[in-house]
Design a protein around this ligand. Sequence first.
Ligand SMILES: Cc1ncc(COP(=O)(O)O)c(C=O)c1O
Length: 394
Amino acid sequence: MSEMFDFDQVIDRKNTNCAKWDGMKRKNVNPDVISMWVADMDFKAPQRVLDVLKERIDHGVFGYSFVGDDYLDAIVSWMHRRHQFDIDKQWIVPTPGVVTALKLAVNTLTQKGDGIIIHKPVYYPFDRSILANERHVVENPLIFKDGQYECDFEAFEKAIIENNVKLFILCNPHNPIGKVWKKEELYQLGMICKKHGVKVVADEIHQDFVYEDNEHIPFYNVDPSFKEFSIICTAPSKSFNLAGLQTSNIIIANKEIREAFKATMNRVGVDEPAILGLLACQTAYNECELWFDEMLEYVYDNFTYLDKFLKANMPEIKLVHPQGLYLAWVDFRALNMSAKELEDFMQNKAGLWLDEGYIFGTGGEGFERFNLATPRATLEKACQRLLKAYQELK
Ligand SMILES: Cc1ncc(COP(=O)(O)O)c(C=O)c1O
């Protein structure tokens, strides 16, 4: 349990236009569910961030802003401290969100009709970013074996050759499966892309959430040549619960790619930063590391709680051992339900609103994604609801 920060506090988020706790009506979901979908936390952002934002709000003038050196220095320092990742501040391109950046990258690095390869199952806006821009999704299904996900590198290369692939979107740590890609795996992926002239977007938004002996390796740290053909998407939004402030930092070392990316931003009109997001990011990276470390421990304990609960009460339901993320990937295939039956069971029998595995594509069916960045009491309540519904099945 945290000594300095209170992650146990249950905060009522209803009636705040909050997707997670107010989104039921818009999505036709039973209003009494416990909400554990979408990747934001039920914790308050660090107090220091709140104080800095309050001070800025009291100042009262919210004119146009620009990205200052202090802001860039905060990002450079965080990447160095947390990930031994040394970046030049000129490489940083702020955007209002990583999904926005994915779409900008698709537009910058590919043409209509090109293939873009992604592993499956994966965060569903990857597909949407590709399809909305009239490119083709090329899938490389990951192999689930002995409770772990592995990549078939031969199949990955074959799919690139056969489908006019121009871009690979990597998710590391990998949402929803909790995989933290190893350096050797990243090396193989990167080398295959390099060989075939495929650019890489590494979505590393979950970079700070790694457990046990897993280590997050930024894509540029895998091999010095990777800088030349890839971009890395980062943000403080997952780590400090700031998603609504729409601030992310895209790292682009290659000048030509960076200029082309900025030209796309200019063309579509997303080149003005929002002051509150900048301030929150800078403060979080500079002053809230302790908060982050305690929060991470709290969330890890939630994983342990869920794992023990399942093993004790529903041993056929299995938590995929988490290497990273605050999202738990749970295998319900033993229940032998169709994707729709499982969704109905969760929402209407258990009263839980989760991210259904099938929405993450091939290989996701029969799994559920639980958001564990929530107070223990909420998790305990959710577990009890799940158990009751499970017992009623028998
Ligand atoms: C892998 C991944 N990328 C991007 C995002 C969203 O990023 P943003 O809110 O900055 O668009 C998420 C949120 O869940 C995510 O899991």
